[in-house]
Design a binder for this molecule. Structure first.
Ligand code: ASP
Length: 449
């Protein structure tokens, strides 16, 4: 049995929904289908989830929002009409939205989540109705009945462990099940959503719960590419990579799946396949527990901007017991989470996301480190990028670092920091943000051309 999840662009209009249904019925193992809310039909379009957020905000602020409500109903009505569905489904959806809008607003997070969830919930009802209209055995599954229990952190929920046991029985149902992504219920019975993009998480939880053979994630690209196509022209597709490689790549800028997505399937060792709804015969990219290592030691080059470095130096730092703990303690006190801490004998660099550092006053932080740790020098430099080469087994190969540094040198990129994680899956270079594009291009050319 496979779990197939379809993202927002795959549900954006009737034409896309027809493609989804063709894909589903073309493989009898695709029995559990997870859908997002209708996404953008064209570049300037607005996703239904964003329409719902605007609707909830206006209701909270102004008491009612008829135009915003109608905009959402209209999106579904158009889809239903083009799918030749009866007006009943539009009535179901419009009643559902009006009911949600009329709910108590005293807990704004709860109200917001109840509205946000309507996008996927009604998407699932439409897809089930369309399959049924074609004479196919299909049913909409209510996450509440199925037992998808989440923590009551509105907009940021996590799955509760008992969900897996509850959801297991979906395996025994017949026909095609259409399950709305993105939300579940708290133990109190309130609607709670995952973070944005969270339908991927729903699919992953379901795949783990029913011990699926494969979790297929349908989106609008043929595969995952070895570098950002916005930086490198026509980067090569990655046919297969491991969960660990995926995790490292997404950390440094690859936004293929929502970060939390892989955890449930990773724990169960279920492979994930990224495929394109608009080109389903393309092989896509497989994410698996392991992969064959031939000469493909490096699978991808990723990069992320928006980092900064706190440089701290103190003569004889290496001899001082507790220095690392004390400095990290200051960061903790200031509410800062750090990313990496490469160090030398008399210095340590702490790499922090720029948006983290924006929360505190630089001068105050510098003074605290100076005064409390008696250091020789502290400086903060903003505008860094982290560029990463990722590949399992890379570290068992002699010369990868040499090739990388050589390529960066030839491109005139100054390396400010090198960090080879203990995971041995990635090698990271800190460079100035202005050098980001050159660095990625140079590394891509070295390892892929
Ligand atoms: N519709 C939700 C969002 O736009 C969830 C998802 O599509 O995965 O964030």
């Amino acid at each position: 049995m496979k779990v197939a999840k379809f993202g927002g662009t795959s549900l954006a209009n009737a034409e896309q929904i027809k493609k989804v249904c063709d894909i589903v019925i073309s493989d009898s193992e695709r029995r559990l289908v997870v859908v997002s809310a209708p996404g953008k039909r064209f570049k300037e379009d607005i996703k239904v989830t964003d329409l719902l957020i605007a609707l909830a905000e206006k209701c909270i602020k102004e008491g009612s929002a008829e135009a915003e409500l109608n905009a959402v109903i209209e999106r579904y009505a158009e889809i239903a009409k083009e799918l030749n569905l009866s007006d009943d489904i539009v009535k179901v959806i419009s009643d559902d939205l009006r009911r949600r809008v009329s709910l108590d607003r005293s807990n704004q997070g709860m109200f917001m989540d109840t509205l946000k969830a309507a996008g996927e919930d009604n998407s699932a009802k439409v897809v089930a109705a369309y399959l049924k209209s074609m004479g196919i055995e299909a049913e909409y599954i209510d996450p509440k009945d199925a037992g998808l229990l989440l923590s009551d952190e509105f907009g940021n929920a996590r799955v509760l462990p008992e969900s897996y046991e509850n959801l297991k029985s979906l395996r025994d149902r017949s026909g095609i099940m259409i399950f709305p992504g993105f939300f579940g219920y708290s133990k109190n019975g309130d609607v709670v959503t995952f973070p944005r993009g969270g339908s991927d998480i729903t699919g992953s939880i379901l795949a783990a719960a029913i011990k699926a053979d494969l979790y297929e994630n349908f989106t609008d690209v043929d595969s995952v590419f070895a570098a950002n196509p916005g930086i490198v022209d026509n980067p090569k597709p990655i046919p297969v990579f491991t969960y660990r490689e995926m995790r490292e790549l997404s950390y440094a800028g690859f936004s293929v799946l929502h970060e939390e997505t892989l955890e449930p399937v990773y724990r169960m060792g279920i492979p994930v396949c990224i495929k394109n709804t608009n080109n389903p015969s393309a092989p896509g990219t497989l994410i698996a527990p392991t992969r064959e290592l031939k000469d493909n030691h490096v699978v991808g080059i990723a990069s992320g901007k928006g980092f900064c470095t706190i440089y701290v130096s103190k003569y004889m730092m290496n001899r001082e017991v507790g220095f690392g703990r004390k400095i990290l303690n200051i960061l903790e006190n200031e509410g800062l989470s750090y990313e990496h801490t490469p160090s030398g004998i008399d210095n340590i660099s702490i790499i922090v996301e720029e948006k983290q550092l924006d929360k505190v006053n630089d001068e105050r932080l510098i003074n605290r480190i100076k005064d409390e740790l008696n250091v020789d020098d502290v400086t903060i430099e903003r505008g860094s990028a982290l560029v990463m080469i990722v590949g399992e087994g890379m570290m068992r190969t002699v010369g990868i670092a040499a090739r990388a540094t050589n390529a960066l040198a030839k491109a005139g990129v100054n390396i400010e920091m090198i960090n080879q994680g203990s995971s041995e899956v990635s090698m990271m270079f800190g460079v100035k943000a202005v050098d980001n594009v050159n660095a990625v291009k140079a590394l891509y050319n070295e390892f892929f051309n």
